[in-house]
Design a protein around this ligand. Structure first.
Ligand SMILES: NC(=O)c1ccc[n+]([C@@H]2O[C@H](COP(=O)([O-])OP(=O)(O)OC[C@H]3O[C@@H](n4cnc5c(N)ncnc54)[C@H](OP(=O)(O)O)[C@@H]3O)[C@@H](O)[C@H]2O)c1
Length: 438
């Protein structure tokens, strides 16, 4: 029995356990699959010829900051059909969360699969618990999207993630459930796919390098580790291990911090935007600073702590350029900016937009007995517990050999914008303005 055959028969047994829902599947023949969604004939494997036409892609995390653009790029740059995992949130159905953001002329290329990566992980749990898993998309002909998807999908883009930075047990559990166990679950699901999966893509993070010490550099293939700053970093590293060992041709992308390009209607609440949100809410609620003019803030950290920031649009283009390249599979890509940005510039960009007259200084620590102003107290309460480690951290020298091999040595300088204080301040202004208008 070939590896594929054994995978397939194994998959039939496992099908009921591994699907992201609990319903029994009905028999489905190829003629039931709508035109345009039928599997293309398999191609012989060999040196990576790049993606084939008519690929069917299973994508997670499509409602997020990065996933939103991944979907658009798939529609724009490829002729792939997409099978997008989504879940209902705040009364908005899973399908609306995706389709409402997409040009209706492209809807025929997208199927929504309702499901949650963190569910059905407990192997002892009752199946009924997962009945909110895959369900039919309301308003469409009744069909079993799971069955269709299983027949045709030959590429997977795993982008969903939970960003848990607190050190407590609950946060660790959630990170492991979504990022690690969720990845395991996805890989189990893939064993039910009938087509050969030609590419498994995974959005990881450059922060998997954790508490790096000497040598102070981080290559794409470097073994780790000296531990991690938080459960998010750890769970992402462990998920990378799962992807590398899953037996599918893979590519892992590792961005650092992702900045929002101006003029788009999507926000992020992570990294510098998480800090910006906290400081903005503190500034607005602080009547003293509003009425008595600008205040001076002492920030725990070092001005030269380095952060790697890349524009979302350039990151996603880089990912698609790597996807389209003939670079061999099974590599990790530090999809980063060639130039780091200083922490001081990040802080400046936020404070300047709150009040251009606000002043700051970096301090190694704060003697709380001397009293903290409103903003300093807020930093203590809401920022340091999450981001404290990053405020003192010098980013390692990142090596990007695989990116350069795939895209050429000039790509990073020609195509990736350096994020300096001026640009970051303009980007942050656009972020705050968009936030007010949404
Ligand atoms: N943003 C950054 O600066 C940054 C930096 C480095 C790496 N990354 C990586 O880039 C990827 C995308 O990040 P992002 O900024 O787009 O994050 P995001 O905006 O928080 O989006 C996360 C996505 O994951 C989905 N998700 C979370 N828990 C899930 C679950 N239990 N089941 C199914 N889906 C779930 C979310 O769905 P819901 O909308 O339903 O919650 C959402 O679509 C992640 O893998 C992240 O680790 C991001």
């Amino acid at each position: 029995m070939s590896r594929d055959d054994s995978k397939r028969s194994n998959s039939i047994e496992k099908r009921h356990q591994t699907r992201l829902g609990g319903r029994e599947e009905s028999a489905l023949s190829v003629s039931d699959i709508p035109d345009g969604m039928r599997p293309a004939p398999k191609k012989p494997s060999g040196r990576n010829p790049g993606p084939k036409r008519g690929t069917n892609v299973f994508l997670t995390g499509g409602t997020g900051f990065v996933g939103d653009l991944l979907i658009r790029k798939y529609l724009e740059r490829t002729d792939c059909n997409l099978w997008v995992l989504s879940r209902p949130v705040g009364g908005v159905p899973a399908n609306e969360r995706i389709l409402d953001r997409i040009d209706p002329r492209e809807h025929h290329r997208i199927r929504i699969l309702e499901g949650d990566l963190a569910l059905a992980i407990d192997e002892d749990a009752d199946d009924s618990e997962f009945s909110q898993g895959f369900t039919d998309t309301p308003g469409k002909e009744p069909f079993d999207p799971y069955m269709e998807m299983m027949e045709v999908v030959d590429e997977v883009f795993h982008n969903a993630s939970y960003l848990g930075l607190r050190q407590d047990a609950g946060e660790r559990q959630k990170c492991m459930d979504v990022n690690f166990e969720g990845t395991k679950r996805l890989i189990n699901l893939m064993s039910t796919f009938k087509q050969e999966v030609r590419a498994l893509f995974y959005t990881s993070t450059a922060f998997v390098h954790g508490r790096i010490t000497e040598p102070d550099e981080f290559g794409e293939d470097d073994a780790l580790t000296n531990g991690w700053l938080n459960p998010y970093e750890e769970s992402k590293w462990k998920a990378e291990e799962l992807i590398r060992n899953a037996g599918y041709p893979y590519r892992i992308f590792r961005p650092g911090m992702i900045a929002r390009e101006p003029g788009v209607d999507i926000l992020s609440s992570h990294t510098m935007y998480g800090v910006a949100d906290v400081l903005e809410s503190g500034y607005k609620s602080d009547r003293t600073s509003q009425s008595h003019g600008p205040i001076h803030i002492r920030v725990k950290g070092i001005a030269d702590a380095a952060h790697n920031i890349i524009l979302r649009s350039e990151l996603v283009d880089m990912i698609f350029d790597i996807r389209a390249s003939s670079h061999e599979m099974n590599h990790i890509y530090n999809t980063l900016n060639a130039t780091n940005t200083r922490l001081e510039d990040v802080l400046y960009s936020i404070l300047y937009n709150l009040n251009p007259k606000m002043t700051y200084e970096f301090v190694p620590d704060l003697d709380q007995s001397q009293g903290l102003n409103h903003m300093e107290a807020l930093l203590e309460r809401a920022v340091y517990p999450l981001y404290g480690g990053y405020l003192f951290k010098k980013s390692p020298e990142f090596r990007m050999n695989n990116v350069i091999e795939a895209l050429g040595k000039d790509y990073l300088t020609d195509r990736i914008t350096k994020i300096d204080r001026r640009l970051l301040t303009a980007l942050m202004e656009d972020y705050f303005r968009t936030k007010r208008s949404i």
